[in-house]
Design a protein around this ligand. Structure first.
Ligand SMILES: NC(=O)c1ccc[n+]([C@@H]2O[C@H](COP(=O)([O-])OP(=O)(O)OC[C@H]3O[C@@H](n4cnc5c(N)ncnc54)[C@H](O)[C@@H]3O)[C@@H](O)[C@H]2O)c1
Length: 295
């Protein structure tokens, strides 16, 4: 098989189901060695079997992305089986629980940030250094969301976590370019997965989140609405093919839903208008042509 992925090795967090599993199948078909790492061990065993049946070289590792030691164990097991790691897909994530500002428990914020943000940080800290060291280049795909491109009412924690993932991707893309490591932020809108049932993956230490998930009519409505939206989404297989296409054309932002162009363009126009307002401000207009300094 000749393509730029064949014979290389990918670790996919949350690879036992949904988007992660579809990416495992797609990159496996392209000849990559696939490591699926997931908190759901029974789903993990099923996914491993399916990939083996499709003749994919696969390793399955139990992993809670919030646990750095488990990430290090995953890296060690991958290197022992396949050698160098060339691709990291920071995909594992949870949808949180829909709710207003006051209905969203601090525990929910903590859970969503720990999995969706710190999970990505842990993965990149565990895998990144070895990718830099082996010098062959590679890919880091951070699964953000269209929700990371714009705020989402009643989903503040989820949207904030995904905006953080976009921002980390931008920072790391600039930082890792010289190592030939391409970092991209995958920003889908709705995809047919079990993201609306994320409470199934709740770790025991965040047990208070469950009370919000089952707490009354408003939250139940939010959960039902989330289910409808997710079910109206694109199939995971379509998303996976689109990811390969966008990587091959070197996209830093991987968009899967061109219909969201208008709302995001509107947001960009608001930002531009805010700059124009600052340029016209007697208080700060003198900074307009100042040199921009970076680290
Ligand atoms: N489905 C959508 O509409 C959609 C849209 C935009 C972004 N996303 C993002 O896509 C990613 C994948 O979600 P999905 O839609 O496939 O949902 P999903 O719930 O079907 O799959 C998530 C996978 O991650 C695993 N997981 C959850 N918590 C984990 C943890 N702490 N450690 C390790 N694994 C864990 C689950 O067991 C599951 O296999 C998430 O980051 C999600 O935010 C999804």
């Amino acid at each position: 098989m000749s393509n730029e992925f064949a014979g290389k090795t990918a670790i996919i967090s949350g690879g036992a189901g949904g988007i992660g599993f579809a990416l495992a199948e797609e990159f496996g078909q392209l000849g990559m060695n696939i490591v699926i790492a997931d908190i759901d061990q029974s789903q993990l065993a099923e996914a491993e079997q399916k990939l083996q049946d499709a003749n994919v070289q696969v390793l399955a590792c139990p992993l809670d992305v919030t646990n750095f030691q488990q990430w290090q164990d995953t890296v060690a097991a991958t290197q022992a089986k396949f050698g160098d790691i060339h691709m990291l897909v920071n995909n594992a994530g949870v949808g949180g629980v829909p709710g207003s500002i006051e209905d969203t428990k601090l525990e929910t914020w903590k859970w969503v940030m720990d999995v969706n943000v710190m999970g990505v940080v842990n993965g990149t800290q565990a895998v990144g250094p070895s990718m830099k060291r082996h010098g062959q280049g590679g890919w880091i795909i951070n699964v953000a969301s269209m929700a990371g491109m714009n705020g989402v009412p009643y989903s503040g924690a989820y949207a904030a976590s995904k905006a953080a993932v976009v921002s980390m991707s931008e920072s790391w893309a600039a930082e890792l370019k010289k190592y030939n490591i391409a970092v991209s932020a995958l920003c889908p809108a709705f995809v047919q997965t079990r993201i609306h049932e994320s409470l199934r993956n709740l770790q025991p230490e965040y047990k208070e989140v469950k009370e919000q998930g089952t707490g009354g009519k408003r939250s139940a409505n939010g959960v039902n609405k989330a289910k409808d939206l997710v079910e109206s989404g694109i199939p995971t297989s379509v998303l996976a093919k689109r990811v390969v296409e966008a990587l091959q054309s070197g996209q830093a932002y991987i968009f899967t839903h061109p219909n969201f162009r208008a709302p995001i363009a509107y947001r960009s126009s608001l930002l531009d208008a805010a700059f124009a307002d600052a340029e016209n401000s007697p208080i700060v207009s003198h900074l307009k042509d100042d040199e921009i300094k970076m680290l």
